[in-house]
Design a protein around this ligand. Sequence first.
Ligand SMILES: Cc1cc2nc3c(=O)[nH]c(=O)nc-3n(C[C@H](O)[C@H](O)[C@H](O)COP(=O)(O)OP(=O)(O)OC[C@H]3O[C@@H](n4cnc5c(N)ncnc54)[C@H](O)[C@@H]3O)c2cc1C
Length: 408
Amino acid sequence: MAKNRIAVIGGGAAGLAAAITAARLGADVTVLEHMERVGKKLLSTGNGRCNFTHEGVSPEHYFSDCPETLSSLLERYPTQRILDFMEEIGVVPVCRDGYYYPASNQAAAVADCLRAECAYQGVGIRVSCRVREIRPFKGGYLLSMEEKEEFFSRVILACGGQAAPFTGSDGNGYQLAAALGHRLVPVFPALTGLTAAGRELKGLAGVRAAARASLFVNGQFLAAHSGEVQFADGSLSGIVIFQLSHQAIGSLLQGKKTEIRLNFLPELSKKQAQAFLDARRDRLGHKPMEEWGIGLFPRKLWEQIRKNAGLEAGRLAGELTQEEMGRLYQAVAAFRVQIDGYFGFDRAQVTAGGVSLREVQADTLESGRMPGLYFAGEILHVDGLCGGYNLHWAFASGMAAGEAAALA
Ligand SMILES: Cc1cc2nc3c(=O)[nH]c(=O)nc-3n(C[C@H](O)[C@H](O)[C@H](O)COP(=O)(O)OP(=O)(O)OC[C@H]3O[C@@H](n4cnc5c(N)ncnc54)[C@H](O)[C@@H]3O)c2cc1C
């Protein structure tokens, strides 16, 4: 019986990092991937450019059920560790506003370098190979694949979550973990768009606008992010909305009133914004209200802001009273959208929830229930904000699990 033979189930970012790390330490490693190639999801990351980490990665950028384990892993695998790993496999990192990408600007380059490094390190890669069952057997595990069973002394489960299932992560990894007694934290899509069936977004399809988006749950402020908001008939998206989506969807699932308030003058304080609007009214007082906001806001958006403020078309800006200017300010700085739903896993970048982080060892990511079974990547209940944090977690947890499995 082979000793220290490691199976990595799932050839995504986490699985490939785990395989490379374990093989470098002398282990006999095989990656089992059910798609026709490994690293499929990587190709679509960062709009095809792969934002693989961020400067200053820290626990505040993540959601999980075990902050202690998350913090200890991020401490051991900070940004520099991921940058070093990238350099070692041939990827030159380039930083833009804190976001790290490959110098080639191609996600495919990261996938290619990972695959090539696997080959240099002697990692076996089997594609079109779906693992259906994991059974404890004589100090290791018997894996059931298509038509055979095979023994491995250690197993790293890196099947990903449920987001973008067409890339291979269809959620079956959760069943594999649950069958071995692991507790699953209920999953939902995150880093995704939010829907609003009310009238607020009617006619705004195609609009893009810079805004500060604030999330209010049952009337209480929860979080805010600034950036470009993308409007569609009945939905909001764009990175700024994705950043709020975990908390927004979490609160919707708890039946709470969930509202996004958009401030379309995000750079200005309340006083500055009011002074700015007053000065514009004085300068362009001859314009009727339907024209007054054009040039400042996209036309369709201005139309909706004007209606929300209750300012009639035909009315001249110069005639607005202070009370009306107050309403206008509210409509510009707190454009309210009642959220009633969210996009599904097919349009989400990550999965919130998954295998409880509480049930793995903090230093090794080894199962607390099944010795010799390790977890890495999105299958665990860890999801991060947009900005390279999710791939950082995938690589960092993959390296940690790979090292531990090889040295155990
Ligand atoms: C469109 C999009 C853009 C993104 N952009 C970014 C970004 O720029 N920066 C960032 O940090 N994050 C980004 N993410 C998130 C990031 O890609 C994921 O968090 C990360 O890839 C997860 O890695 P993983 O290895 O855990 O899972 P995955 O990459 O999902 O890999 C899991 C693998 O396991 C395989 N598998 C599943 N079940 C089995 C089985 N039973 N047997 C064999 N194989 C199996 C799957 O086919 C898959 O290849 C993006 C995600 C999407 C969808």
